[in-house]
Design a protein around this ligand. Structure first.
Ligand SMILES: [Zn+2]
Ligand SMILES: [Zn+2]
Length: 321
């Protein structure tokens, strides 16, 4: 049996469980580990049976809980190399610095400035002398801080790389990944295949380029972003720069763009179409649904597609094949 369960979808966290054959994977891990486990149990899935985590891109709504979850379950995380590197940069830099490390850095900088000043002018004044003294003291005080560095926030039980466009497998699930236009290091969408069932997965994309259109064919289930209503976004609360980002070709897919694809670019073969990653500020579930329905009604052949909406706060019911 193939089972597909969206646990959460939207800018506050994304996570989906897919099982096929004897394999069970988590696609994106944007919920906290605790909330992820709670929602999995709510839909009758045991977190301990997950075999791997697969990541689309490094934005926090897709990776926020990945380190804690992977460590807790002792399972590998699949990334593209670009996404893994971007994730490591995101979680390891200065935000992880302890106060003692920060103090050490500030004092080192003061020492360097002092050294430069000493070169520039031979005569020092008493205040500058104090700074040097403080820096020396901090060098000693900093020593016990060293072990903190060993606690690496980027550590994962295992990391597996895949390349966008290169097919690979996790257990019984065959996976094709494809590049999507989005403002992340190396973002991807997926087509999963297990037991003859094909599932397309495409969120966080500014538009649907030909390579994505070509992938989203002959599917049994299509999960597609329907992020915002264009008018609501234009008139909504976001600052101008954020509106520009969402609307750009590396932003998010509007209801209108999703509908245009359903009307003109899609072969209509899926039994289920799930609209996903709906914005809470710039969309309404009814607007997304009506816009997509209108597109499907435009082509009578697509009416057999069952239209569902993925939610931010509640899991969608499990879909079985
Ligand atoms: Zn997202
Ligand atoms: Zn994103």
């Amino acid at each position: 049996m193939v089972r597909f369960t969206v646990l959460a979808s939207g800018s506050k966290g994304n996570a989906t469980v897919l099982s096929g054959g004897r394999t069970r994977i988590l696609v994106d891990c944007g919920l906290s580990c605790r909330e992820l486990f709670r929602r999995m149990r709510q839909v009758g899935e045991e977190p301990e049976t997950l075999d791997a985590i697969l990541i689309t891109h490094e934005h926090s709504d897709h990776v926020g809980g990945v380190a804690v979850t992977a460590r807790k379950l002792g399972i590998p995380v699949y990334f593209t190399e670009g996404t893994h590197r971007a994730w490591m940069r995101w979680i390891s830099p200065r935000r992880q610095m302890t106060y003692a490390q920060w103090l050490e850095r500030i004092r080192k900088q003061a020492t360097e400035r002092q050294a430069e000043a000493d070169v520039a002018a031979e005569e020092g004044d008493p205040d500058e002398g104090d700074v040097v003294e403080a820096a020396e003291t901090s060098q000693e005080a900093a020593e016990p801080v060293e072990p903190v560095k060993a606690k690496d926030p980027t550590w994962l039980p295992a990391v597996e790389y895949f390349q966008a466009g290169e097919p690979f497998e996790i257990g019984d699930i065959a996976i094709s990944s494809f590049t999507i236009p989005h403002d992340a290091a190396d973002p991807v969408g997926f087509v999963f295949q297990a037991e003859g069932v094909r599932i397309g997965f495409a969120t966080d994309l500014g538009y649907i380029p030909p390579n994505v259109k070509a992938q989203l064919k002959e599917l049994d289930l299509l999960l597609l972003e329907s992020n915002h209503d264009l008018e609501m976004l234009r008139d909504g609360p976001y600052p101008w720069a954020v509106k520009q980002r969402v609307l750009s070709r590396v932003g998010h897919l509007s209801n209108e763009a999703a509908a245009e694809f359903l009307e003109k670019g899609y072969d209509g073969q899926a039994a289920y179409v799930i609209l996903a990653h709906l914005s809470e500020s710039n969309n309404l579930p009814d607007l997304a649904r009506v816009t997509a329905e209108r597109a499907l009604i435009g082509r009578a052949s697509l009416m057999a597609n069952r239209l569902l909406l993925a939610e931010q706060n509640e899991p969608l019911f499990p879909i079985d094949f």
